[in-house]
Structure formats: C-alpha cells, structure tokens
Design a protein around this ligand. Structure first.
Ligand SMILES: CC(C)(COP(=O)(O)OP(=O)(O)OC[C@H]1O[C@@H](n2cnc3c(N)ncnc32)[C@H](O)[C@@H]1OP(=O)(O)O)[C@@H](O)C(=O)NCCC(=O)NCCS
Length: 195
C-alpha cells in the first residue's frame, strides 16, 4: 500500500466509520400537513454526519457547512427513516460526509429515496482548534470516485468564495428598483438610507 505523504496519523478505511441511523417517524415529528418536518430530517442528518466524522477523526467535530438539501419525496408518520453516512473525502482537518436518506413504509416495504447531501465537518482538538484527520483508504472504484467528487466540490466551493469576495458588486438600490420591476414585491421605503 502506498504511503500517505506528510501525514502522521494512520489512515482509516471508509468502512471503519460507515454509520447508519434508523428512526421511526412518530406523530410529534409531523408538520401541519401531516408530513414529517424537514428540520427533523436535517437534525438526524447532522447527527449521523457527526457520528461518522467523529469516528473517522477520533476527535470531536463541528459542522462547517451543508451542501444543498433537496427533499425529493415527503416522509410520512409511521415510516422508518434510515440515514446512511460515509466519509467521502478528507482534507487536512475537514471531512466530507455523504449522507443518503431513505424512508420505508413498514406495511408495504416500499423504500423511497428522500434525499442525499454532503456535510463538511471539521475535527477539533482540546483547544478547540482544527485538528488533523487521518487519511482515507480507498478500497474500490466507488470510493475513489466519491473522493474525487468530494475534492472537486471543495475546490468549487473555494473558487466560488474567492469569486464572490472579489466580484460582489456594491448594492445599488436605484438599479435594483429597476431590476425588481415585474417581480412580486412592493418597495415601500418610508425613510431614505440604510436602517
Ligand atoms: C468551521 C470552522 C472550524 C473553520 O475554522 P477556521 O479557523 O476558519 O478554520 P480553517 O480556515 O483553518 O479551516 C479548517 C478547515 O475547515 C474547512 N472549512 C472552513 N470553513 C468551511 C466552510 N464554510 N465549508 C467547508 N469547509 C470549511 C477548511 O477548508 C479547512 O479544511 P482543510 O483543513 O481540510 O483544508 C469554524 O469556523 C467553526 O468552528 N465554526 C463553527 C462550527 C459550528 O459550531 N458548527 C455547529 C453549528 S451550530
């Protein structure tokens, strides 16, 4: 096996930290429409991401960012939601955890994919500073593909942040008033200037 350059921690396999949480969707999780609140699912996703990341890192971790979460299908009360998490990519102190969420109807055993998202977690040391994480041992084609996609996602994010920093135009209200014509808003500012 090739050595991991500039790393003092022994690398770990994806399997080592792979985590699944299954939870029954109880009536108190429902919204006014009788479906499960999106926030309940987000909280479970954060929980499974934490377990997976902390296991790989061997340290406490914090959530640094969450990629877009699209709710593809509603989740019903009484369904069993399973959240499967694995470390897709590791940087120096950050880890990208991929989470797939499925929901199963226990009577029909129909399983639907409700969402997939990527959580970036950062390991912290005892002084609350970012801590180095072990490298990742990639043992099959899928794991290499996910690692490369994670690396690309991180690069895109860094590039986007740099672009926004340098090119974000100054907000001009007069220009925006023109741009917003035809949009479903009414600009009703009573006092001029910023509030
Ligand atoms: C996220 C956090 C650890 C970054 O701290 P920082 O001092 O800016 O850290 P650095 O700039 O040294 O970056 C550390 C790592 O985090 C990554 N990172 C920082 N901000 C990030 C973001 N918004 N999205 C994704 N990754 C991020 C960096 O890319 C770096 O990764 P690498 O070491 O693998 O290359 C810090 O801002 C923090 O603690 N935030 C609060 C997190 C929290 O409380 N979450 C719970 C929400 S209630």
């Amino acid at each position: 096996m090739p050595a991991f350059p500039e790393q003092s921690l022994p690398p770990k396999s994806v399997q080592f930290s792979r985590t699944t949480i299954t939870e029954l969707m109880i009536p108190s999780y429902a919204n006014f429409g009788g479906k499960i609140h999106g926030g309940i699912l987000l909280s479970l996703m954060d929980k499974v991401a934490y377990v997976c990341a902390a296991k790989h890192a061997g340290n406490y971790c914090v959530t640094a960012s969450i990629d877009t979460v699209n709710f593809l299908a509603p989740v019903e009360v009484g369904e069993l939601v399973s959240l499967m998490a694995s470390v897709n990519y590791v940087g120096k102190t950050s880890l990208m955890v991929g989470i797939r969420v499925v929901s199963e109807n226990v009577k029909t055993n129909v399983v639907k994919h409700t969402n997939t998202s990527y959580f970036t977690m950062v390991a912290k040391d005892e002084h609350n500073e970012p801590a180095e994480v072990p490298g990742l041992i990639l043992e099959n084609y899928e794991q290499v593909r996910r690692f490369e996609e994670g690396r690309q996602r991180k690069l895109e994010k860094l590039n986007q942040a740099a672009r926004q920093k340098h090119t974000k135009p100054e907000f001009n209200i007069e220009l925006s008033k023109k741009e917003l014509e035809g949009e479903r808003c009414v600009i009703a500012i009573k006092t001029p200037g910023k509030l």
